[in-house]
Design a protein around this ligand. Structure first.
Ligand code: ADE
Ligand code: ZN
Length: 332
């Protein structure tokens, strides 16, 4: 028997995690009970989240999020999420946090939510060593006007903790370029940029993201594989993909992990990293992602260390934090 450590035990860097999407179902059920909100339709018979397809997933996500009503709720959520991430060996994570859900886009309310999240994150760092940084995120299907309010929240709180601006939501609605004003505002405030593209949108959505929003990372981006010239462009521009294999399989982009393009993208020279997206929704964890990839593609510890160094180098944090993370990866 090999005495090598299982790959799932490695320390991990996660770049693509939705704050509410990481909420354990039991946590959401408890909050719903406390607040007397009926969200029974959100759950299946086994108590997990229930959805049919991507658009339905987005509406179930928003229904689950509706129980998070105060900064204190977000502090509790942050504690629950980071305990779970730390238990999965994550040492550094960036999470998507939406002012739409935290104060409805009002800057004063947003600051209160953010302060509560940061305080809980600091406590988790002290207790478990895990580092969290925030990416303010607008929601594509809420439209460009709401995105501007989110970008203003982002710009007002940009710094060592809020380090990026991003966009999630339904890629079927509008175009990346509709959000250029918000992205410009975030860039001018010193924030680093990412957006969801090439998940439900094809290669054109990735091209639009690069051309119209000038992002340096792409959330998913996996459908770039359908266009060889685009793959080369990702390599030439050193754009990092936040790849979430389990999410892509559960949402039906690929029938199984073996047919996921992560290995073809990696072989082509694209900077790929591994994340979970919305782990309890997709029945995954960072440990499970590593186990699945190990089984499907034979990835060994060396390969995962490579992914993690790529992720640390693409992280939006300051250089001192990056050095701390890289040192932990090296010494593990
Ligand atoms: N919001 C939460 N998860 C998402 C995903 N996988 N794609 C787009 N928006 C999201
Ligand atoms: Zn996502």
């Amino acid at each position: 028997m090999s005495d090598e450590k299982p790959v799932a035990d490695l320390p991990k860097v996660e770049l693509h995690l939705h704050h509410e999407g990481a909420a354990p179902p039991a946590f959401v059920r408890q909050l719903a009970h406390e607040k007397k909100v009926d969200i029974s339709k959100v759950f299946n018979a086994q108590g997990g989240y229930a959805f049919r397809d991507f658009v339905h997933f987005l509406s179930v996500y928003e229904a689950a999020t509706s129980v998070l009503k105060t900064p204190e709720d977000y502090a509790r959520l942050t504690t629950a999420v980071l305990e779970e991430s730390a238990a999965n060996g994550v040492i550094y994570t960036e999470s998507f946090i939406s002012p739409d859900f935290c104060g409805g886009g009002d800057v004063t309310a947003w600051r209160e939510y953010l302060a509560a999240i940061q305080e809980a994150a600091q406590a988790a760092e002290t207790a478990h060593g895990i580092i969290l940084r925030g990416i303010v995120t607008c929601v594509r299907h809420f439209g460009p006007d709401k995105a501007k309010a989110s970008a203003l929240c982002a710009a007002e709180t940009a710094g060592d903790w809020i380090v990026g601006f991003g966009m999630g939501g339904d890629e079927g609605q509008g175009h990346q370029g509709d959000f250029a004003y918000s992205y410009d505002m975030a860039r001018e405030a010193g924030l680093r940029l990412t957006t969801h593209a090439g998940e439900f949108g094809g290669p054109d959505s990735v091209r639009e993201a690069i051309r119209d929003l000038n992002v340096e990372r792409i959330g998913h981006g996996v459908r770039s594989i359908e266009d060889a010239a685009l793959v080369q462009e990702l390599v030439d521009r050193q754009i990092t993909l936040e790849v979430c294999p389990g999410s892509n399989v559960v949402l039906g982009l690929y029938p199984n992990i073996e047919s996921h393009p992560i290995e073809r993208l990696r072989k082509a020279g694209v900077n790929v990293t591994v994340s979970t997206d919305d782990p309890p929704f997709f029945g995954t964890t960072m440990r499970r992602e590593y186990e699945m990839l190990h089984k499907a593609f034979g990835y060994d510890a060396e390969r995962f260390v490579e992914f993690n160094i790529t992720a640390a180098n693409a992280a939006f944090c300051d250089e001192t934090t990056r050095e701390r993370v890289l040192k932990q990866l090296e010494t593990a």
